[in-house]
Design a protein around this ligand. Structure first.
Ligand code: IPE
Ligand code: IPE
Ligand code: MG
Length: 269
């Protein structure tokens, strides 16, 4: 099987997966690079470097699985609090990834997108990001979205400002502001909401990631640090996802039909 090939139903079955129960969109909080390195007596940056390998594995596997989108949290708007040296190395790694991965993105037919305040990044990185975004625009495969200098509160605040401007300009009536209007002003406008959020390295928190978009996402926290997260770990998350009963505030099908069949509402109300 060539690397860019999609899994057939038989390939999926071999991995105990079923196409119908795969998420459309997975979002990943790639955490634990520093701890992975420190546990091995290595500098933190070595963890980030090794984390890039996990990114490559994850992108390729999700593309083979035929997902519509994979969003990776690479750098949060709060990560600027880190030491200067770590920031410099992280930005260097990001630039290298965007340049080196361009060929691979094209070979796999991926659409490359970025969310976050990109304008605050080094102009050279911005240029490289833009090149990859433009080159891959017409591709029809999985969308690979990197969240870089991204923070959900920042995103929502900017959306509120933009909507307020439109109200002031008379282009939108306050009463017409509904969930669709809000969604369409977020950085993720036009993208499907994540169905599954994976966080590595055990922390049970969201850390300001896609707060609006993950309202009904299923959560999976892996104890593995990001640099050691591989295909079998992803498959484990997918198996768990497949067994979830996503009710979106309603009832599961069986509970619904039981109520219809058994309850005589006239005796209650
Ligand atoms: C995730 O790993 C990568 C970024 C946030 C940039 P960390 O660097 O947060 O690793 P830990 O959590 O300190 O182990
Ligand atoms: C979340 O990880 C951000 C990214 C993975 C890019 P952090 O390491 O920044 O999160 P906290 O500080 O543990 O909440
Ligand atoms: Mg961390």
């Amino acid at each position: 099987m060539s690397k860019a090939n999609k899994y057939t139903d038989a390939d999926l079955q071999e991995r105990s997966l079923l196409r119908a129960t795969l998420p459309r969109h997975i979002a990943v909080i790639m955490d634990g690079n520093g701890r992975w390195a420190q546990q091995r007596g290595l500098p933190r940056i070595e963890g980030h470097r090794r984390g890039v390998r996990s990114v490559r594995c994850m992108v390729e596997e999700c593309s083979r699985l035929g997902l519509q989108q994979l969003t990776l949290f690479c750098f949060s708007s709060e990560n600027w609090k880190r030491p200067k040296r770590e920031l410099t190395l992280l930005m260097h790694l990001l630039k290298q990834y965007v340049i080196e991965e361009r060929r691979e993105i094209m070979r796999q037919g991926l659409r490359f997108r970025v969310i976050g305040k990109i304008q605050d990044l080094d102009p050279l990185i911005q240029t490289e990001i833009q090149k990859t975004v433009s080159a891959s625009e017409a591709n029809t495969g999985m969308t690979l979205c990197l969240a870089v200098n991204y923070g959900a509160r920042l995103e929502i605040t900017e959306a509120v400002q933009a909507i307020a401007e439109e109200v002031r300009a008379g282009r939108i009536d306050p009463e017409a502001i509904d969930e669709n209007v809000v969604s369409s002003h977020l950085m993720t406008a036009g993208m499907p909401d994540p169905d599954l959020v994976i966080r590595t390295a055990g922390e049970m928190r969201i850390s300001n990631f896609l707060l609006w978009q993950i309202s009904y996402a299923e959560l999976w926290v892996s104890q593995k640090h990001w640099p050691e997260f591989r295909e079998p770990d992803l498959h484990q998350a997918l198996s768990s996802y497949a067994s979830r009963d996503r009710r979106f505030g309603g009832l599961s099908e069986t509970a619904s039909s039981e109520i219809d069949a058994s309850e005589d509402l006239t005796s209650i109300v």
